[in-house]
Design a protein around this ligand. Structure first.
Ligand SMILES: [Zn+2]
Length: 332
């Protein structure tokens, strides 16, 4: 990966290239913006530029030297990469303490030590206060990059000590381009890009054929009258559990399936108002029309609410089987 491969953030890329050229980087940045738009990738590219050991280009990384490989694989001794563990709701003080003690050591290879703290908005209060000390007196030659989606949840004292860099959602065409690069065909790429709200990370997560197969099954079950809640819940659980043994993968799949359902219900609402987008694919149009016949506007709004609630519950680690059973019962 090099700067030229970073898509959709041209203005920020030029800004950072300029800072690198003049060696005027601040000691702490807060990268903030929607999920999945490439903030961490950007931070890693910045780290690579600083840690690359080839002298051919002072502001871009060569992508070939051992240091570049180590940054890519997350094993560079001068790069500390942390994020909230999948099974936790918060970033704890232990993680912050480890960052501080590793930052205090001299750089092992180059002249800089870099810490990238993903999910920084998930730091709990004790962790945030501990981190504040590192921010107030950062070890020389260190660069701190916090990555967050919501600046409001961070301590104002942390935000004020960082240069805030705002990332925005990508255009549909940029997301389509990224998806095509990952082997997605044009039609599906267009559909995924629109669904993703400008987040390539979300679009790539949705580019899973199993999800779309399940969406089809879900649509046909929901169009049936009556819909059997036990069968619906069972098929949903089986689908979610087939994501893998670990809870994080199952949760992720549950959220994605709920998000696809939210989209179908939103399209059904549009259909009820005779306002389906003209460029909507045939398949979604057909499902939306069927769902709009099955439920009236009030019911659709209520179902949408229930889905969004379920998504929040999954996020809060409520037991998946409970969430899916309750959601299936709502639809029946
Ligand atoms: Zn290199």
């Amino acid at each position: 990966m090099s700067w030229s491969e970073i898509r959709g953030h041209d203005r920020l890329v030029s800004h950072f290239l300029e800072l690198l050229r003049h060696r005027r980087l601040a000691h702490a940045y807060l990268f903030v913006g929607p999920r999945g738009v490439g903030k961490r990738r950007f931070a890693q590219q910045l780290a690579k530029s600083l840690l690359c050991e080839s002298s051919s280009d002072p502001i871009d990384a060569c992508g070939k030297c051992p240091a570049c490989f180590q940054v890519e694989s997350g094993t560079h001794p001068d790069l500390i990469l942390v994020s909230r563990p999948d099974d936790k709701l918060e970033l704890s003080i232990d993680v912050i303490r480890e960052i501080s003690s590793r930052l205090a050591l001299k750089p092992a290879r180059g002249g800089t030590k870099i810490a990238i703290i993903d999910d920084a908005d998930d730091m709990n209060d004790t962790a945030a206060n501990a981190f504040l000390k590192t921010l107030e007196e950062p070890p020389s030659h260190s660069l701190l990059i916090l990555v967050a989606t919501d600046v409001e949840t961070l301590l104002p004292t942390i935000v004020s000590r960082c240069q805030v860099v705002r990332f925005t959602a990508l255009s549909t065409s940029d997301v389509v381009e990224i998806l095509r690069h990952h082997g997605c065909d044009e039609g599906h790429a267009q559909r995924l890009a629109k669904l993703s709200g400008g987040s390539p990370g979300q679009a790539l997560a949705l580019a899973d054929d199993n999800l779309w197969e399940f969406r089809q099954q879900l649509a046909s079950r929901l169009s049936q009258r009556p819909c059997n809640p036990i069968e619906l819940a069972e098929s949903w659980r089986t689908f979610v559990e087939s994501a893998g043994k670990d809870a994080a993968s199952q949760r992720h799949r549950a959220v994605l399936s709920i998000q696809l359902l939210v989209d179908l219900l939103s399209q059904a609402l549009r259909s009820a108002h005779g306002a389906l987008p003209p460029d909507l694919d045939e398949d979604t149009r057909d499902i939306a029309t069927r769902l709009a016949k099955r439920w009236n506007v009030e019911q659709l709004l209520d179902l949408l609410d229930r889905c969004l609630d379920a998504e929040r519950q999954v996020d809060r680690r409520v037991q998946l089987a409970l969430v899916l059973d309750a959601l299936a019962a709502t639809f029946a």
